[in-house]
Design a protein around this ligand. Structure first.
Ligand code: GCV
Length: 682
């Protein structure tokens, strides 16, 4: 018996015209699709596995047979067995895990539950022919992080300032268009499949800034969310909604949203009951409260624990989770006020609340204390709430890292964050702390034909999923995987050249971006509002709390306990002392923690001012070299993809030169110190 072909109906295929494959092109399925496969198990996700295999088989000459619900039959001449084994011979002990072995010419993948079978299938695709070579001893696989989420900052109605997708650089939204559901289910399915392939199991379908239209997704527009859930469910992905704390008033007509008010508690209970009636496997709520103008419990003199617990209590009977964001700070700061430090805010708000949150609350913390900069220290909040489930939030949408105009592979940055050990080398890593809360990634995909605007930005989406599954994976190996799964180099006339060039463009692109933008962890220096391109003083005299304090003598923010804002004291040892000391502080974070003279000598042996000049000249040169490299593969990738990347690299080179010249000129004029290399500074 074959699975029903749900994946491609004629109408849906037509809707996909013009869209480019991301990872998982047809070719990637050849090794599996040319085999004789038997699938055991039942349920929605097993049907998805059967679909995948049936389509691959039809394309590549193999066969697929559904062997029934239990694995009591034999392989029966099959050379690939995919089985859900209840009672677990798989032994991964995890509904998302699987075991894999090869013996006597048969590759066998066994999962405890259907989700594991689906993830195992994509694992086999990644292995390709290697899954069908010599015998393989049994290997067990399971995700390190339970919750692997994508947060879409998509608006339903086009926002007058932020547009269809807040900080979106990939065309429109995959979910919404001009106030209505987009309704492009074929594309949604294709997207869900890409996400399942990298292990994503949760998606929030609307922006954390919940505007008037979007507030109704919770109530009278719930059906539109259910339609999305219907597709995502087929790939093991649970739908979440961003909700407004003021919903009881704005959509419920109550006079208050006070979390301790009984009518408010009843309202949330009723609304949530209805959500689960319509979407029984609904994941939960995501909340941005008391932040950048969003309503929250402070308005009623209540704490964030009161606020989060209100929603947690409404969700608990149904097994749902509330993800409460820790991104809370005063965005109306007086720049003259040197006692307020935005970096301190999240810790000050949330650390004292440890132990007060319900079990189904996850505190979602941005990886750095400020805002997704190219370089920040890891947020001390992650280590400050031992009795609270914590998730770390990263940003695939490149708001501050080149807005998908610049190639900037962020896998190495995220890997550093996940491996960071807040208590020093003998302590546990961030990835261990967030094992239960997980990784939440602000999404970077949209309605763009290449999914992510810059086709190479797909690598960030891919890496976000894979790092959530395996936080200790080498980000460059993940890049290898993405290259193989996306470009199938073996099918081109020069696989090695293609692989080499993609690595040459992407491997160090994060560090290159860091080189030509704000130096040594000081951050920002971008145009206010959109924040693209250089503007050294753009944020300096604004209320946003993001300052560099450059004057004629030096630069940087003194966040020490001895003479500064005291932020270093939010870290446990050894970091509290390492960051406190300008001599021990890592070079790349020096200006985040210290205000130093331009002549301060870094560990690298160069002065701060010379470092600024050197890195900015080098960064712009490296951008030019990325463009040169890309020109070497015009014959190896699709023409329109090559052109799109080339255009973006042209912009990257232009922008990097602009950054170089503005930053170098600014600091030359401030300091009066000439470049030791005698290079031209305009
Ligand atoms: C969704 C930054 C962005 C905002 C974003 C906010 C957040 O400030 O510029 O667009 O709002 O982060 O993470 O909530």
């Amino acid at each position: 018996m074959r699975g029903t072909f749900r994946s491609v109906s004629g109408r849906e295929a037509a809707a996909l015209t013009g869209m480019h494959a991301a990872w998982l092109p047809d070719e990637a399925f050849r090794p599996l699709g040319s085999r004789h496969t038997v699938v055991y198990g039942q349920g929605l996700l097993v049907a998805t596995v059967l679909d995948e295999m049936a389509i691959a088989g039809a394309r590549h000459g193999g066969t697929v047979r559904h062997g029934g619900s239990g694995r009591d039959g034999t392989a029966d001449g099959a050379d690939l067995v995919l089985a859900v084994a209840s009672g677990s011979t798989a032994g991964s002990g995890d509904p998302e895990g699987f075991a894999l072995a090869r013996r006597d010419g048969v590759t066998t993948l066994v999962a405890d539950a259907p989700a594991g079978l689906l993830y195992g299938l994509y694992h086999l695709v990644r292995l390709g022919e290697a899954a069908f070579g010599p015998d393989r001893p049994m290997e067990h696989h399971r995700p390190a992080l339970r919750r692997r989420m994508l947060d879409h900052w998509d608006n339903v109605a086009v926002h007058p300032v932020m547009g269809q997708v807040e900080r979106g650089y990939a065309g429109g939204s995959l979910f919404w268009r001009d106030g209505a559901a987009r309704g492009d289910m074929a594309r949604l399915r294709a997207y869900a499949r890409l996400l399942a392939c990298v292990g994503v199991n949760a998606v929030a379908v609307n922006n954390v800034n919940v505007h008037a239209t979007e507030a109704h997704l919770l109530t009278d527009r719930l059906g539109e969310v259910a339609a999305i859930a219907e597709i995502l469910r087929q790939y093991g992905i649970g739908v979440h909604l961003s909700v407004s704390f003021a919903a009881p008033m704005t959509v419920g007509g109550l006079a208050t949203a006070d979390p301790l008010d009984e009518t408010v508690r009843d309202w949330w209970s009723q609304a949530t009951r209805e959500v689960y009636r319509v979407i029984p496997d609904f994941g939960g709520y995501l909340v941005k409260a008391d932040s950048e103008g969003q309503p929250g419990p402070f308005g009623y003199g209540r704490s964030h624990a009161d606020g989060a617990n209100l929603l947690a209590d409404a969700l608990a009977p149904f097994g749902g989770t509330v993800r409460w964001r820790a991104f809370v700070y005063n965005h109306r700061q007086d720049w003259r006020d040197r006692s307020t430090d935005r970096a301190r805010a999240a810790y000050e708000h949330f650390a004292p609340l440890d132990g007060q949150f319900r079990d189904n609350v996850i505190l979602q913390v941005k990886y750095g204390p400020v805002d997704f900069q190219v370089r920040e220290p890891v947020s001390p909040v992650i280590a400050a709430l031992p009795h609270t489930r914590v998730a770390v939030e990263i940003q695939a949408t490149q708001e501050y890292t080149g807005q998908q105009q610049h190639a900037c592979y962020l896998g190495p940055l995220w890997s550093e964050v996940l491996r960071f050990r807040p208590w020093g080398t003998d302590g546990i890593a961030v990835a261990d702390i967030v094992a239960g809360g997980g990784l939440a990634t602000v999404a970077n995909a949209g309605a763009d034909d290449f999914w992510t605007g810059h086709p190479l930005a797909q690598a960030n989406l891919y890496a976000a999923g894979r790092l959530a599954w395996a936080p200790d994976a080498d980000p460059l190996s993940i890049l290898d995987e993405w290259i193989e799964m996306t470009f199938t180099p073996a099918g081109t006339s020069d696989p090695d050249r293609l692989r080499r060039v993609l690595h040459a463009v992407l491997d160090e692109s994060w560090l290159t971006y860091e080189q030509y933008t704000a130096p040594l962890g000081v951050g920002f220096m971008v145009r206010p509002g959109h924040p693209y391109g250089p503007d050294v003083d753009g944020y300096e005299y604004t209320p946003w709390g993001t300052y560099h304090f450059a004057d004629r003598d030096g630069i940087g923010v003194d966040r020490t306990r001895a003479t500064g804002t005291g932020y270093t004291g939010q870290y446990p040892q050894p970091w509290a002392d390492v960051y406190e000391s300008p001599d021990r502080c890592p070079d790349e974070l020096l200006l985040f923690f210290h205000h130093v003279p331009y002549g301060h000598v870094l560990h690298s042996g160069t002065t701060v001012i010379q470092h600024i000049y050197d890195t900015h000249f080098a960064g712009a040169e490296r951008a030019a070299e990325m463009r040169r490299q890309w020109s070497l593969v015009a014959d190896l990738v699709e023409a329109d993809l090559h052109i799109r990347v080339r255009e973006r690299l042209d912009e990257q080179v232009r922008s990097a030169e602009e950054w170089r010249d503005q930053i170098n000129s600014y600091f030359y004029r401030k300091s009066g110190v000439p470049d030791a290399g005698g290079r031209r500074i305009p």
